[in-house]
Ligand binder design. Structure first.
Ligand code: AMP
Ligand code: MG
Length: 422
């Protein structure tokens, strides 16, 4: 039965189970890994009140402009110490006093406002070691607390800064580093077994006889799995023979978290994948999905040690195989990897041309999203859009979705696009 893409998505999220094993990795190794334990900090952020500018730490009451009667003569303040970043202030401010301070430096007790240096003038007669002993206030700060980053403004001690189930990005690594976590707990990488089926296939290193083609799916899918943060294991090319398929499939199901095969899921005489899955005790969940390219999609589940193993039988056509991974396998993969909220990277772009769909299946057109005249614009890549054309697929950075209901997307209209540059 042909299912809609949405039904397949929901099914995949219900069927996929997260790996449970955790490992401790260094912060440097945590990029792209999924956090298995939340990260919090023992201290507030900022750790203490500090200055956001170079200038003088002052007491608001000393510098605030009196509302009445007439403006007084300019305020003068005595500079009692200099506080560079990283140095603990030695004195607290009393009335009429200021401390020279620099960006990031700790405020002295008593100070509550920063007077930026541009709004001051050195009192010329009071130099000592080239530093002003007195300053004159040229312009009053606009409010109490101006240019002070207050202790705990960004986060308080004990608060969760990074939740379990997020995939570590460089900015998150900054947070973990600031929280003084040189090592973090992550889920182990999902093991993804990959093989290609087809009597016509040779490896990229083998000579090509007439009628043969190179297995391009396996290296592409292995690379994709690596990009997602998984650990691919390539099982090679399997002949269109039930016995050969059975052996490789049984081995993969016994060891991997996810198995991906390409080829052999259409209705041809040599398409044995479904048959062998059933023989091995797999529960067939999906056999076809209403998208183009990629209609023949086989998903089966197996139980192993109380957990589910997902088998994806993708079509052999190179475009269909990759589209199947981007559109469906990635969701399952995230769930298996421990991602708390698996999501596909959908964006909205303006169509830069007429996008023609199909009357029976939702179409995914491969093309490029670029920033053009201030707008995210999608244009299909040039050349034939058939599922065998892996050459122009390589130029794409996004897939535009033209649903059956829309039929076509005129130039200038918004269209959902699946972003591929992860
Ligand atoms: P199939 O899904 O097995 O019917 O294959 C559909 C088309 O994809 C055929 O033209 C195959 O030659 C081609 N094909 C199958 N497997 C691969 C592969 N691993 N790499 C590149 N092309 C493939
Ligand atoms: Mg085949």
């Amino acid at each position: 039965m042909m299912l809609t893409a949405q039904v397949v998505e929901d099914l995949l999220l219900r069927l996929s189970e997260p790996v449970l094993e955790k490992e401790l990795v260094s912060l440097a190794e945590s990029l792209g890994r999924v956090l298995a334990e939340p990260i919090s900090s023992a201290v507030d952020f900022p750790h203490w009140d500090n200055s956001a500018m170079d200038g003088y730490a002052v007491r608001w009451e000393d510098v605030a402009a009196p509302l009445s009667p007439a403006p007084p003569s300019r305020t003068k303040l005595t500079v009692i110490e200099e506080i560079p970043a990283g140095v603990r202030p030695q004195r607290s401010l009393a009335a009429g006093e200021a401390a020279r301070i620099f960006t990031g430096a700790m405020l002295p007790i008593g100070a509550d406002t920063i007077l930026i240096q541009e709004n001051t003038e050195r009192d010329g007669d009071s130099l000592q070691d080239g530093q002003a002993r007195r300053i004159e206030v040229l312009q009053v700060p606009s409010q109490q607390g101006e240019f002070v980053r207050c202790k705990g403004d960004y986060a308080t001690a004990g608060q969760v800064l990074l939740a379990a189930g997020i995939r570590m990005t460089p900015a998150m690594i900054a947070v973990a580093a600031a929280a003084q976590c040189p090592q973090v707990w992550v889920y182990r990488r999902p093991q993804v077994a990959i093989f290609s089926t087809g009597d016509e296939l040779v490896t990229p290193a083998q000579p090509l006889a007439p009628g043969q083609i190179v297995d391009s799916n396996q290296p592409a899918i292995a690379a994709l799995v690596r990009q997602w943060g998984g650990e691919p294991s390539c099982l090679g090319i399997v002949a269109d023979q039930p016995a050969d398929l059975r052996e490789v499939m049984a081995g993969a199901i016994a060891t991997a978290d996810i198995v991906i095969s390409t080829g052999g899921v259409s209705v041809g005489d040599y398409d044995y994948v479904e048959q062998v899955l059933a023989e091995l005790g797999g529960e067939l969940q999906v056999t076809s999905v209403a998208i183009k390219p990629g209609k023949p999609l086989t998903v089966a589940t197996f139980r192993r040690s109380g957990k589910s193993v997902l088998f994806f039988g993708l079509p052999g056509n190179p475009v269909s195989a990759l589209v199947g991974c981007w559109r469906f396998v990635y969701l399952s993969f995230q769930q298996v990897a421990g991602v708390a909220e698996p999501q596909l990277p959908w964006l909205t772009a303006v169509s830069g041309g007429l996008l023609r769909g199909d009357s029976r299946r939702d179409c995914l057109l491969w093309g490029r999203v670029t920033m053009t005249d201030g707008q995210m614009t999608f244009l299909p890549v040039a050349g034939g859009h058939n599922s065998g054309n892996l050459i122009n697929l390589s130029l794409a950075n996004a897939l535009a979705l033209v649903t059956v209901e829309r039929g076509a997307v005129p130039i200038g209209e918004l269209v959902p696009v699946l972003w591929l540059d992860l």
